[in-house]
Design a protein around this ligand. Structure first.
Ligand code: FES
Length: 63
């Protein structure tokens, strides 16, 4: 039971080939406005620098 609790509190960061970082799980996100969103469940963060909505991916990396 304790092991299940531990796994639930972890975030998984996945590097998408030629794309964003996909983060899922239980985490606290502080964006550029220092707004906090507790455990949004899933975010896609830009790592190409082309997004018009940083730090989030807006799929500009596909252009
Ligand atoms: S990674 Fe998607 S816009 Fe940068």
């Amino acid at each position: 039971m304790e092991e299940k609790k531990e796994n639930k509190s972890q975030a998984i960061i996945e590097v998408i080939n030629f794309g964003p970082l996909k983060i899922t799980g239980n985490f606290l996100l502080k964006d550029l406005q220092r707004d906090k969103e507790n455990s949004p469940g899933e975010v896609w963060l830009c790592r190409c620098g082309k997004s018009g909505n940083k730090p989030y991916c807006d799929e500009s990396h596909k252009k």
